[in-house]
Design a protein around this ligand. Structure first.
Ligand code: BGC
Length: 354
């Protein structure tokens, strides 16, 4: 049991009574660090390193994480300090940040990998220092997660997001005759893809198109562009695709909302009247994404439950750091927390707005 965990036991006694006092005292004595004074301060320290702090989805997820942290503190009376670092797209920087967080005495570290194929430096350091790691949002392969018993992953099921996006697009094509601009019975589409190699980019593209086909929509891919989850890049790439496929595009499938919004920026800048825009679909349900659905600029999005992921991550971090309540956390294969995606349309968007 770690020193901080022992402190936690001790403080519980103060709140909960005599029986637990004995437990807490025993733990302190066993550790050989009983000072004879009652410790009333208990705290845990959580480190977080982000692949890019300006990523909209992660910004919103971190906001939810901080909000939930305050709630958790008031519910448990444990002070939680969090240090959030930005790796600015460099795995080398992130490895150094991991070292810093270890040196600063973090009880648990949450890692949003820059390169999801390069977790080894981080997992080796974690194992050597016996600090649990919760990877999140950028999923490493199962073999890497299984390298040590205290490695976890919090995220969502990429397959579902693609399938739901495909359903949204298929529903639109099958119910709105006007979407088939050239009336050839085939849906001409383009894809805006996230980072090459990111699990969500690969799977979302494939599953959304498969779902269109499964729903009985014939499709023709006009083109695609990698815009790295980024609104500005998506706008630039879409501007050139609009010129290239003038008047032919009927559907824009974007791997996330920021890129869908970039496409909408390009459509607005092109001067094409809104009634002639291709249908735009995104994934995430970020605040600006939901707003675009509300305004009818996007026909829908797929809610990537950032609040659920933030809560899952903090509950797990808390349990790992204090040694309390791990058995109450539902873990898939002892390691994974995955939150479900949800379909968002103009009809139900208000349920998702804060
Ligand atoms: C989100 C994107 C985000 C990416 C970052 C994805 O799950 O949908 O919006 O940019 O994760 O890793």
């Amino acid at each position: 049991m770690k020193k901080r965990q022992r402190k936690f036991c001790f403080r519980r006694y103060i709140k909960n009574g005599k029986a637990v006092l004995l437990l807490g005292t025993a733990a302190v004595l066993l550790s050989g660090c009983g000072s004879g004074k009652e410790e009333t301060v208990k705290s845990i320290k959580v480190g977080v390193t982000l692949y890019d702090q300006y990523d909209t989805f992660l910004m919103e997820m971190m906001q939810a994480f901080k909000e939930y942290m305050l709630k958790k503190e008031s519910e448990t009376d444990v002070t939680i300090s969090v240090e959030i670092l930005d790796a600015s797209g460099s795995q080398t920087t992130q490895n150094e940040q991991m070292r810093t967080l270890v040196e600063k005495g973090c009880d648990v570290i949450c890692v949003n990998l820059v390169d999801r194929t390069e977790p080894t430096t981080i997992t080796d350091m974690a194992e050597k220092n016996n600090i649990p790691i919760i990877f999140f949002n950028r999923e490493l392969v199962a073999e890497d997660l299984e390298r040590w018993s205290k490695l976890y992953y919090v995220g969502a099921d990429a397959f579902d997001s693609g399938r739901i996006e495909g359903e949204l697009a298929a529903d639109a094509f099958l119910t709105d005759d006007g979407m088939d601009r050239n009336q050839d019975g085939i849906c001409q589409y383009v894809v805006l893809e996230g980072e090459a190699g990111h699990q969500d980019a690969i799977v979302r593209t494939e599953c959304s198109v498969n779902m269109l086909l499964e729903s009985g929509v014939q499709v023709e891919k006009l083109g695609y562009a990698i815009a790295n989850w980024n609104r500005g890049q998506a706008q630039t790439k879409m501007a050139s695709m609009l010129a290239q496929y003038a008047g032919k595009m009927e559907l824009i499938l974007a791997n996330n909302d920021d890129m869908a919004l970039g496409a909408i920026d390009a459509l607005k800048a092109s001067g094409i009247p809104k009634e002639e825009w291709p249908v735009v679909v995104g994934i995430d349900g970020t605040d600006p994404g939901l707003e675009a659905v509300e305004k009818g600029e996007m026909i829908g999005t797929v809610y990537n439950d950032k609040e659920g992921q933030a809560k899952g991550m903090l509950d797990l971090a808390f349990a790992l750091a204090t040694g309390e309540g791990l058995e109450d956390i539902e873990l898939e294969s002892n390691r994974y927390i995955r939150l479900p995606y949800q379909k968002v349309t103009k009809e139900n968007v208000s349920n998702f707005r804060k």
